[in-house]
Each structure stands twice: as C-alpha cells, then as structure tokens.
Design a protein. Structure first.
Length: 208
C-alpha cells in the first residue's frame, strides 16, 4: 500500500510554499545604499574568436552608473551572454565611482577639456534651462550623474569607449571654488569677489 506523502494535498503544498517564502524573506539582505543607483547601457559589442571548430562569440558591454546626486562611474564587462556582460560591467562601474562637484547641483563650475587616446571632449557650464546638449555616450554620463545643464562637444574620435573615458578625464579635472579656496588658504569671497545684488536675476532675464 503506497504511503501518502507527508503534508500531501493542496494544503501541504501551500504550507510548504509559505515556509519557502518565509525562508527566502529571512535570507534576503537589507537594501544597500547602492541599490538606488541608476545604470545605463552605453554600447554592447559582439566579439568573435576564431578557433579550430569555428567561431566563438562573446559580448563586451559598456555601462555607466550614477546616483544622480554627483557620483558616477563606468565599467566594462565581457561574457558569453549579454546579461552576464552587463552585470560584470555594472559591478565594475559601482566600484569605480567618482564624485563631481556641481554648481547649484545642476551644472559645472567652469569649462573643462578632457582627453583619452584619440578622444577629446569639451564640457562647458550652462545657464538654467539649457538642458543636456551632448552626444549619446556623454549624455548617458550626465544623466546618471544628475547634471541638468551642460554643453558638451566631442572633437576627437566618436568611439564610445574613448568618449566616455575622455568625459571622465574632464570631470575629474572639475573643481569647486570651495576646494580651490581651501587649497590656497583663502576664502571663497576672495576668489569670486563680492556678490553683486541683482546681478544673477539680470543674467537670468537676459538668457530668457
């Protein structure tokens, strides 16, 4: 005579399912600060390796990750499958994030030029309402960084990898008046001069 399995029937399956969900909930780690990071896939390239039996295909991904609050990073990953390549690139991007000083949380404090290999980019600060005027790879960097107003121009190669690396080379050169003042042992007002009342509203009206 066949024995009925322990906890047999639909009720037993539902109970086991609830126990399994409870165990998964207990094992689930708490949400880390990096979970709210935004990632963008810049480009993915298929690479073919010729071997004796034919060709083996793999995929190389370039991903940009940022918190939209002044921190951004990029990473590359290579794997036999696309999801695995993106996962590797995202992990490397999270490990190599840098902080970029921004004026009013929306644009650069000054114009800056970045170069990497044959890539050369020019980043310029912009008034409010300008938006992101940049090409695809650079736009992905600024959107994940959280920069709302910037004008960027690529004057070298249009290779996405070199463009992203040149953009990061430029962003690492960006400084803020506070950091310059601390380095020179002065006050911010000594560098920028006395603030004129009504100067900024007049400039904003002129741009409108």
């Amino acid at each position: 005579m066949a024995r009925e399995p322990r906890g047999g029937g639909e009720g037993g399956e539902q109970q086991r399912g609830r126990r399994g969900r409870d165990r998964e909930r207990e094992r689930a780690p708490e949400r880390e600060p990096g979970d709210e990071l935004q990632d963008k896939l810049v480009t993915i390239n298929r690479v073919a390796k010729v071997v004796k039996g034919g060709r083996r295909f793999s995929f190389a991904a370039l991903v940009v990750v940022g918190d939209q609050k002044g921190r951004v990073g990029y990473g590359t990953g290579k794997a036999r499958e696309v999801p695995e390549a993106i996962r590797k690139a995202t992990e490397r991007a999270k490990r190599g994030m840098v902080r970029v000083p921004m004026r009013e949380g929306r644009t650069l404090h000054h114009d800056v030029i970045g170069e990497f290999g044959a890539g050369r980019v020019i980043l310029r600060s912009a008034p409010p309402g300008t938006g992101i005027i940049a090409g695809g790879p650079m736009r992905a960097v600024f959107e994940t960084l959280g920069m709302g107003d910037v004008v960027a121009k690529c004057t070298g190669t249009t290779n996405p990898h070199n463009m992203v690396k040149a953009t990061f080379a430029a962003l690492t050169k960006a400084t803020s008046p506070r950091s310059v003042a601390n380095r020179r042992g002065k006050k911010v007002s000594d560098l920028l001069g006395p603030r004129k009342e009504g100067a900024e509203p007049a400039q904003e009206a002129a741009h409108v």
